[in-house]
Design a protein around this ligand. Sequence first.
Ligand code: NAP
Ligand code: ZN
Ligand code: ZN
Length: 349
Amino acid sequence: MTKTRGYAAQSATSPLTPFDFERREPGPHDVQIEILYCGICHTDLHQARNHWGGSMYPMVPGHEIVGRVTRVGAKVTKFKVDDFAGVGCMVDSCRRCPACEEGLEQYCAEGPTWSYNSKERGTGEMTFGGYSEHIVTEERFVVKIPGSLDMKAVAPLLCAGITTYSPLRHWEVEEGQRVGIIGLGGLGHMGVKIAKAFGAEVVMITTSPAKGQDAIRLGADEVLISKDAAAMAKQASSFNFLLDTIPNPHDVNPYLTLLKRDATMVLVGALTALEPPLIGANLIASRKTLAGSVIGGIPETQEMIDFCAAHDIVSDVEVIPMHAINEAYERLLKNDVRYRFVIDMASLK
Ligand code: NAP
Ligand code: ZN
Ligand code: ZN
């Protein structure tokens, strides 16, 4: 066992504080990684504060993990010591169901094992995430990170990157399409960059006029302020695809009116009941689709990393020391992040 220092939430209301625990010795298929950086996803906050129910404590959050390989098991073939490696939201799955066989482990029929707030298959031990010094993960759930990339800015690709890349690919967003990304936060800013790289005409749909210039700098062609009813009405029936990253229950109806006939809006943020309710006519009248999507499978995560490396895409990050985590959560709640917090794990030493 390897002693590991991390930061944990002890309850839904307590701040995160230092927490020492042990990681397993690497097994034959395991990779041990010294964590260099870990991004802070809004999901970490939802989970630490039990917004979705089912949170287990102590909880060490963190699923946007990049680091350097320090040990490899005897049967590991993809990695050697000193390689850069990434771990995202999943560390295991059943590997037998149709979803797993297709490399869509996020839709595993038995449910994947999440990087934290989950129980290991077999041992039933709690999983602990990336707000820590090391992680030991089976190589099937580890992706390769090209050493040429800026590691701190790569970390958010492991969740924010794949969660936006996967639906843009699945719904075949392509050159010439008009695509709206709703919410300019961690996911939204990656969505803008990736949709632009797919050749789409990208509109940033935001509640924050002050973020407009940033949206253009990030690659958006246009900015639409969702609170401006007249501006929204002007853009009715003009979008081929919308990606909605809003983290809370919200009114989806005004966004649905933006879609063309037969077009799709994909929710990735709002897990709980929509409020106010969805009005059926907003789908029925023009054969529209409201869909959802969870991260992406491991093969697609590697594809996304390679795509981002080829297109020079990384995240815009604000690096913080580990002890500033509670302040970062407060700022996340106030939409005060440009556009992803990343923890420098050297600050744990
Ligand atoms: P984030 O950085 O906090 O960004 C969310 C953005 O949404 C905010 O910056 C804000 O953008 C907008 N927003 C916030 N509250 C709003 C409201 N009440 N109404 C309208 N807009 C609002 O969060 P994130 O890390 O990108 O995560 C977004 C959501 O996706 C979270 O719920 C997270 O749990 C979820 N998530 C899902 C998956 C998945 O696999 N499906 C993966 C990762 C994360 P503006 O200021 O531009 O309006
Ligand atoms: Zn996440
Ligand atoms: Zn499975």
